[in-house]
Design a binder for this molecule. Structure first.
Ligand SMILES: [Zn+2]
Ligand SMILES: [Zn+2]
Length: 315
């Protein structure tokens, strides 16, 4: 009987030679034919609804307090079109990030038949997640909110009520980018509107009373500033994660990388679903070319319990 430490070392030794990652292109129709993914978490649903309400509030102030009462029609049309387009793309990205399977490992697949179907070599080792009874692929992590093991899980984001993983990272990056852009745009418009109201008569620059106008503008100013900082930092962190091929969890753990790191540009193309094109900015285009990891024998994330180490018996 080997001690857990010995087993651990054996596993590490085997890990280096058991890289079985392969690049597979999955057609978009095939990837989207699965039933819609939705996490039933009350806190996440509340946070998701708050996100939509905050965008609706910004939309209301921009349209009814700033643009519609403006005397300059060109200014209103140009800013209205830009703001509404970005807000629509932000909400579409949010929806896609929330309702796309982040890369969940099939629940309860740690069956004898499945392990046999993996056709592992004698002596190879696979790991079973004790919480969802699935065979953990390389770099998968169990999410206690989604109650599933997620491939390349970065973190669980309550604002999109979903995990950010291999399959929906593009939508999350787009969501943070579009929110940062509408925040910046509304901040600029608030500043211009304040200047306009100071120069002009306060009673004419808005269809609301002067105190109501000031309160609505200040609230939007706070909201925009807060979300501009928050989403810009998030956007930068996500792009850095993709470029360095290291998820948020892996960075937090600070362990040396056991996987073969993908180069920055190749990792970006993999995350955004192909070579650089306008579809990178489109939340409706699928991630058509994604990495499918078949590496089950590499050390998974999380604590390893000896009972969950399944070793293929030597022939
Ligand atoms: Zn699990
Ligand atoms: Zn999750």
């Amino acid at each position: 009987m080997k001690s857990p430490v010995h087993r651990f070392r054996d596993v590490e030794r085997q890990a280096a030679c058991l890289q079985m990652e392969q690049q597979q292109c999955v057609s978009v129709s095939k990837a989207t034919s699965a039933p819609m993914w939705f996490v039933r978490d009350a806190c996440g649903i509340v946070c998701g609804v708050i996100t939509w309400l905050l965008v609706v509030y910004a939309e209301f102030v921009v349209l009814f307090v700033m643009l519609l009462p403006s005397k300059n029609l060109t200014y209103s049309i140009v800013n209205g079109t830009v703001f509404n387009s970005l807000a629509f793309l932000a909400l579409a990205s949010h929806f896609r990030a929330m309702c796309t399977d982040p890369g969940a490992v099939p629940k309860g697949n740690a069956t004898k038949e499945y392990i046999e179907s993996l056709q592992l070599k004698p002596g190879q080792v696979v790991y079973k997640c004790p919480k969802c009874c699935s065979i953990k692929p390389d770099r998968a992590h169990h999410c206690s909110v989604c109650k599933r093991c997620i491939r390349k899980m970065d973190h669980h984001c309550p604002w999109v009520n979903n995990c950010v993983g291999e399959n929906n990272q593009k939508y999350f990056v787009l969501f943070t980018m579009y929110i940062a852009l509408i925040s910046l745009h509304s901040l600029v418009m608030v500043v211009f509107h304040f200047l306009y109201c100071f120069e002009d008569d306060w009673t004419k620059c808005s269809s609301f009373s002067p105190p109501a106008t000031v309160i609505l503008l200040i609230l939007l100013c706070f909201e925009a500033l807060l979300f501009l900082i928050f989403t810009s930092v998030m956007f930068g962190t996500q792009v850095h994660s993709i470029c360095t091929d290291e998820t948020g969890i892996e960075r937090l753990k600070g362990e040396p990388a056991r996987w073969e790191k993908t180069l920055c540009w190749a990792a970006m193309k993999s995350a955004f679903g192909g070579p650089l094109s306008p579809s990178w900015l489109n939340p409706f285009s699928g991630v058509s070319c994604k990495r499918v990891s078949n590496a089950h024998a590499i050390l998974p994330q999380g604590e390893i319990i000896e009972e969950d180490v399944i070793e293929i018996p030597l022939a």
